[in-house]
Design a protein around this ligand. Structure first.
Ligand code: ADP
Length: 414
């Protein structure tokens, strides 16, 4: 996803899902080897209230001959009748996708050559979200404490581009290189904190890296080992130290989690301080009323940053803790107006923490709203949350509007 793509838009998610489902399904179906890649960029919209999104679904599959490229968008026509026997299909998917796309003010076309793969491009027009803070259209800023520098060394151009583009959204310095010599030069130029390494890198010599690590006394860079999905299972036998593995393909959250795990291991903690230190920092903020504080208990780094960022944009003071036990301690200070509580956390989960908070409140007349953060808001989960003394729940990943609807419900005066 490119930087200028708005974070939130208002459109028909069901139709868009159907179109992408069809194009990605075809791309996978007609690709025996290589990659399928989906990209989204922002284009020139017809009006300031709207956004034009440009999607591209690339594959490295069988491709489509020029003479068939127009007709595949019409119902019941398949590029090559013989393909039906091999691949099945109805010949309807693209006709429907093309219809849906024109209903959304867009257009679809294909670039392809037999044997070289295909790229289906389409555009749609959506409404921009009207919330003021979304109009800024900035991607979520990197957390202030994430000052890590990262070097990506991979021979695979798709991995390099995906890792590089994604990480640049979050981290201040990200460089990509495609061979071992360039990697060593880059490491000489800059003391990168973390190295994302694909061992298939041309010219890569494990012993050289091991020697370098030994010379640095195990100092940076911490190595995150990229594990492409098609690579033989890992035998784990290497002369150099691996701080964390990263199986590919990886989501942005996986990438960041691996980088932070590696940096933590190497003693370069980049996770924002959690718990009392945060509270002191918050208390030091001039002009912040005593209440307008939210406690977030969430063990997942990315979710913690995401929720904190959203809330801080709206001038809430947030204390983030990583487990239920810390949440119970914090709640005792009575400094918060609401608690967002992940249900699955190490040490003490959200259910136990909520029950402990409620037990301590008994007889005091206090009742702090506790909202569960659940990965899958199933009925059984909901009932467990309520049984543990929580007041409501919200699904992860947390959406802006859902979160503010909840705050409105529990804290209407703000
Ligand atoms: P179906 O796949 O169900 O037959 P579609 O309308 O989705 O119907 O696709 C129509 C035809 O276009 C396919 O049968 C195939 O011949 C061609 N086609 C679509 N996508 C691809 C692709 N990614 N690579 C190669 N051929 C494709």
């Amino acid at each position: 996803m490119q930087r200028d793509v708005p974070a939130l838009v208002d459109g028909d998610a069901g139709r868009l899902r159907q179109i992408l489902f069809n194009l990605i399904g075809n791309a996978i179906k007609f690709t025996a080897q290589g990659e399928v890649l989906v990209e989204v960029a922002s284009g020139r919209a017809p009006s300031p209230e709207e956004a034009l999104l440009h999607f591209a679904v690339h594959d490295t599959g069988i491709g489509i001959a020029k003479e068939h490229q127009e007709s595949i968008f019409h119902a019941f026509i398949q590029a090559d009748g013989s393909a039906t026997r091999t691949y099945g299909g109805t010949g309807l998917g693209l006709a429907i996708a093309s219809e849906l796309i024109s209903m959304m003010g867009g257009h679809i076309d294909v670039e392809s050559a037999p044997g070289e793969g295909s790229t289906f491009h389409f555009t749609i027009i959506v409404k921009r979200q009207s919330r003021q803070s979304v109009e800024e259209e900035q991607p979520l800023p990197a957390p202030a404490t994430s000052q890590l520098s990262v070097l990506v060394a991979s021979a695979n151009s798709v991995s390099r581009r995906l890792l590089g583009d994604t990480l640049r959204e979050w981290l201040p310095l990200v460089e990509t290189v495609n061979n071992a010599q360039a990697m060593l030069e880059a490491l000489r130029r800059h003391p990168y904190d973390v190295l994302l390494l694909d061992e298939q890198l041309e010219g890569f010599d494990a012993a050289t890296l091991a020697t370098r690590q030994a010379a640095d006394g195990g100092g940076p860079p911490a190595v995150v080992l990229l594990l492409p999905h098609d690579r033989e299972t890992d035998n784990g036998d290497r002369p150099f130290a691996v701080a964390a593995p990263l199986p590919l393909p990886a989501s942005p959250a996986d990438m960041l989690a691996a980088i932070h795990a590696a940096a933590d291991k190497a003693g370069k903690t980049a996770v924002p301080p959690a718990g009392p230190a945060d509270r002191e920092a918050a208390a030091g903020q001039a002009g912040v009323p005593q209440k307008r504080r939210i406690l977030v208990a969430e063990d997942d780094y990315i979710n913690r940053v995401l929720i904190t960022t959203i809330l801080e944009r709206e001038k809430w003071v947030v204390t983030a803790v990583e487990n239920g036990r810390l949440a119970v301690d914090e709640a005792e200070t009575d400094a918060y107006e609401l608690i967002l509580m992940d249900v699955q956390m190490p040490e003490m989960d959200g259910f136990a923490a909520a029950a402990a908070i409620r037990a301590k409140e008994k007889g005091t007349g206090r009742h702090i709203p506790i909202v569960a953060l659940t990965a899958h808001a199933m009925k059984a989960d909901r009932e467990r949350c309520l049984a543990a003394g929580m007041d409501d729940y919200i699904s992860k990943p947390v959406e802006y509007d859902a979160l503010f609807a909840l705050l409105e419900k529990f804290l209407p005066k703000h």
